[in-house]
Design a protein around this ligand. Structure first.
Ligand code: PEP
Length: 249
């Protein structure tokens, strides 16, 4: 299994109403007929998945969820299972985003259970890791992120397609980004942790960078060693901005 093609995924978070499907349509249309130099995905809120799938089907843009429950079905009011995401047309799912780790107390073990569920449903997980500002300032970034990789990835991922996203918590939605040297250092540590955890096949696992990626900084970030793509929040909401990031890949 080789996965060296860059993946640019847009995380719409809790943004997006029916009218915003026009952005997905514009993205699809703009990419149609172009040589696909990278993979492109949109991860809208669950309410838009089905309709966005109708907009994207047959084009080059993949569809992802933003989270899933660890169980395939059951009495879990308000939750969405991996099977449901797949049924709505998703092929990817973001798991362990720092907003979920912080606001919903998701532990590495919770994330690993969700990854298991995603794999069982045939989804490709994008597993997020990242240090807080306090941890970075204490010189703990590499240790924290390596431990998250170690504990958030179940054995069932070996030989499966998945991605890791390095998202420093302090860079998400803040306009702040690490230096390119800091990004390269953490991505190299993630690669080491991945191969230690899952073996040589993980040499090809894309390691995305996420945190205030914009049209202005995308090219230099995407050209950094071991950066296998980007997870983009705010700048993925408008097709025009997202397309500029995609063309930087
Ligand atoms: C994200 O939501 O994963 C993210 C990186 O957000 P932003 O690009 O807005 O910082």
């Amino acid at each position: 299994m080789k996965q060296s093609v860059k993946l640019i995924a847009g995380n719409w978070k809790m943004h997006g109403l029916s009218a915003d499907l026009a952005q997905a349509a514009a993205l699809r249309e703009a990419l149609e007929g172009q040589d696909a130099r990278c993979r492109v995905a949109l991860c809208p809120p669950a309410t838009l998945l089905d309709r966005m799938n109708a907009v994207l089907t047959g084009g080059g843009v993949e569809l992802g969820g933003q989270d899933c429950h660890e169980k395939p079905a059951g009495a879990f009011t308000g939750s969405v299972s991996a099977e449901m995401l797949a049924d709505a047309g998703a092929t990817l799912v973001i798991l362990g985003h720092s907003e979920r780790r912080a606001a919903f107390n998701e532990s590495d073990a919770d994330v690993a259970a969700k990854v298991e569920a995603a794999v069982a449903a045939g989804l490709e997980p994008i597993v997020c890791v990242g240090e807080t500002l306090v941890q970075r300032e204490a010189g703990e970034a590499v240790a924290v992120v390596s431990a998250q990789v170690e504990k958030s990835l179940p054995d069932s991922l070996a030989e499966r397609p998945f991605a890791v996203a390095y998202e420093p918590v302090w860079a998400i939605g803040t306009g702040l980004t690490p230096t390119l040297e800091q990004i390269a250092e953490v991505h190299a540590a993630i690669r080491t942790a991945l191969v230690r955890r899952l073996g040589q096949a993980a040499t090809w696992t894309p390691i995305l960078y996420g945190g205030s990626v914009k049209p202005e900084n995308a090219a230099e970030i995407l050209a950094t060693a071991e950066v296998g793509g980007a997870l983009v929040g705010g700048a993925s909401l408008k097709a025009e901005d997202f397309l500029k990031i995609i063309s930087a890949a």
